[in-house]
Write a protein that binds this ligand. Structure first.
Ligand code: ADP
Ligand code: MG
Length: 293
């Protein structure tokens, strides 16, 4: 009788937009103690718009945007797309770039007319061991307090500009946190973004545990940290960066337009890109379990 119930469970799941790759994980979802969500593109829309710019006196906003767009020319990151769009909207002409290099979880680098230019977040500055000037720092602090992601432009080791980028929290994210709390499940968030942006989003949503400024290669360690506390843990993510964490989790959940890598690392795929489906998945698992007893 058990295989039959599991089969029903799986087709019911499919009708609810959940593709089950691992039936055991789907069944075990009823036992979850904690669920970790990727922030960008999962709890938020992941559609950053440039909402503010600050530059040092030697360069103006449009030059800064042109340089940044040139460096971001070959990046698929959502931040890169937003910078290219901002440059296009303002009609700035973007110079050629060479020797492009993506620095995972930090930013990007390229050579532009002989200058070495980086674009990236606070992680990048730490990595390059570069201090930001006070006027850029003040701008960055204020943006961070407003929950905006800040990226810097560094030319020949000198920070010359900063952009504030706003992302939008999804309505369904509020609802899923509430629904999971009703099920007595701890809600955690994992992001490569800065501490202040992460805290702003987490406070807004009522999230219990925040892991911020986590490099892609360290994401799975955060899953393990909760597992080491004796918790049964799910991870929800969409990006290439999330794959090791999805694999490490007891239940790996890929969401929406997830990358192939994320999909292949997941036990369950939520095709509708709706965070609320995570709560539905747990409820479905609990309901099926009761039938089996
Ligand atoms: P997330 O965990 O939010 O998906 P990532 O690990 O992809 O984020 O990136 C973490 C941080 O690295 C970003 O918040 C940003 O500061 C920086 N970063 C990554 N890629 C880029 C890029 N192409 N341009 C600028 N900054 C980037
Ligand atoms: Mg992501």
């Amino acid at each position: 009788a058990i295989p039959l119930v599991v089969a029903i469970n799986t087709s019911l799941a499919a009708r609810n937009g959940m593709l089950v790759r691992d039936r055991i994980a789907m069944e075990e979802a009823r036992n979850l103690d904690a669920i970790i969500f990727d922030k960008t593109g999962t709890l938020t829309e992941g559609e950053h718009g440039v909402v503010g710019t600050e530059t040092v006196s030697s360069i103006d906003e449009e030059e800064a945007l042109a340089l940044a767009a040139a460096v971001e020319g070959d990046s698929e990151h959502m931040i890169a797309r937003a910078i290219r769009e901002a440059a296009a909207e303002r009609g700035v002409s973007v110079p050629e770039s060479e020797d492009f290099e993506a620095m995972k979880g930090r930013g990007v680098r390229a050579r532009i007319t002989g200058d070495e230019v980086y674009v990236g977040g606070p992680n990048l500055l730490t990595h390059l061991d570069i201090d930001v000037r006070s006027d850029l720092q003040r701008f960055a602090d204020e943006a961070g307090e407003n929950g905006q992601t800040v990226v810097y432009v560094v030319r020949n080791e000198e920070p010359i500009a900063a952009f504030a980028m706003a992302d939008v929290i999804r309505d369904e994210s509020y609802r899923v946190v509430e629904a999971l709390h009703e099920l007595d499940i701890e809600v955690a968030m994992l992001t490569g973004d800065s501490r202040d942006v992460a805290d702003a989003v987490a406070n807004e949503l009522g999230i219990d545990t925040v892991f911020a400024e986590v490099l892609p290669e360290d994401k799975d360690e955060k899953v393990q940290e909760l597992q080491n506390q004796g918790k049964f843990v799910a991870m929800v993510g969409d990006g290439v960066n999330d794959a090791p964490a999805l694999t490490r989790a007891n239940v790996g959940i890929a969401i929406g337009s997830g990358t192939d890598v994320a999909v292949q690392s997941a036990d369950v795929i939520l095709v509708q890109n709706n965070p609320m489906d995570v709560a539905r998945l747990v409820k479905l698992s609990k309901a099926s379990y009761r039938k089996m007893q």
